[in-house]
Design a protein around this ligand. Structure first.
Ligand code: PHE
Length: 339
């Protein structure tokens, strides 16, 4: 009897079919009420005691092999009916996998980070939702200071104020609060301003600000650092600093690079002067250092800040800032080579 069951196991293992009807017939033949398996089970009581164990093992094996086989064949049948046969046409050309590209803002941000990284700056980040202290007061902009109007702010909540940061200078305050000089850090991130959306400005954009605090840091250090940066990023070696005003730096300056006047576009974007403004900078106001518990008699430093969109627009000759946020694949996919 055991030999007979083993024969059936072989039969099961060898069975194959693509037809649902045949599989069902096979199922009934083995697992049906009057099928082989139930017949072998009912024979069990007649088996000699010495053989019961071996006999039991054999029917269980027959049953599990039958169940496995049926499941496998049913799966194959349903794959075939869904058109995913395992028979692969190896001569068929592979479908083309479209490679993604990085966004121009990310590309420029990373280029700027790489340049400052080379000269020892680390990266610091902070929250986009800020409190009044980090965005304004600690930066020498006490409540009611008129210069607060320079940055049209989106407020989330009044008293205590919660707002969308208007610049990443807030991150520099956080960094100074938590680190001792020497400090060399750049803070990239998104900022928000309540401005009308046009080809030139948007209500959110990205900045990178830099901060350097140590003993004996001078304005000459600031200028050399910025010169190194503009040479690396733009390949331009002429810059000029124009006096300006920021509440958190004293003295403050606006940085222009000499772009040149080689084409009609150069005339247009530089308004015929050849010079382009690219960032603000200055020596950190001692009040700001004191607000962050840094001894302003011992330490001094410089800070600078620039808009990433503006630089991306210059380097890629993009005319309208809005296209940077539309995620139009025809635009975005043009930056594949710059990765
Ligand atoms: N925080 C200034 C802005 O957003 C930029 C800046 C940073 C200027 C550091 C000077 C020094 O406009």
């Amino acid at each position: 009897m055991i030999e007979e069951i083993e024969g059936k196991i072989k039969e099961v293992l060898n069975f194959s079919s693509n037809s649902s009807e045949e599989i069902e017939k096979f199922r009934i033949e083995f697992l049906g009420k009057k099928g082989h398996i139930s017949r072998y089970f009912s024979e069990f009581k007649n088996v000699d005691n010495s053989q019961k164990k071996e006999y039991g093992l054999a029917i269980n094996k027959l049953k599990s092999s039958t169940l496995e086989k049926i499941e496998l064949l049913k799966k194959t049948v349903s794959k075939i009916s869904e058109g995913q046969s395992d028979d692969v046409d190896l001569t068929r050309p592979a479908s083309i996998i479209e490679l993604g590209s990085r966004h121009p803002i990310s590309i420029i941000r990373d280029k700027i980070i790489d340049i400052f990284y080379k000269i020892g700056f680390n990266i610091s980040e902070g929250p986009e939702i800020e409190d009044d202290w980090h965005n304004f007061t600690a930066l020498n902009l006490p409540p009611h200071h008129p210069a607060r109007d320079m940055q049209d702010t989106f407020f989330i909540k009044k008293d205590p104020d919660l707002l969308l940061r208007t610049h990443t200078s807030s991150v520099q305050i956080r960094h100074m609060e938590n680190n001792e000089p020497p400090i060399r850090t750049i803070s990239p991130g998104r900022v928000y301003r309540n401005e009308d959306i046009s080809a030139r400005s948007h209500c959110f954009f990205h900045q990178i600000e830099g901060l350097y605090i140590d003993e004996n840091v001078s304005f000459a250090d600031l200028k050399q650092t910025l010169l190194f940066f503009t040479k690396e990023l733009f390949g331009k070696s002429k810059i000029r600093l124009r006096p300006s005003y920021f509440p958190f730096t004293e003295p403050s300056a606006e940085v222009d690079i000499y772009w040149g006047l080689n084409s009609e576009t150069d005339y247009r974007i530089t308004k015929g002067t050849g010079w382009l403004e690219i960032m603000g900078c200055g020596m950190v106001d001692p009040n700001v250092l004191e607000n962050c518990k840094i001894d302003s008699n011992k330490f001094s430093g410089f800070a600078f800040g620039m808009g990433i969109e503006r630089i991306a627009m210059l380097l890629y000759q993009i005319e309208d800032i809005r296209i940077l946020y539309e995620n139009d694949i025809r635009f975005n996919s043009q930056f594949k080579d710059s990765i």
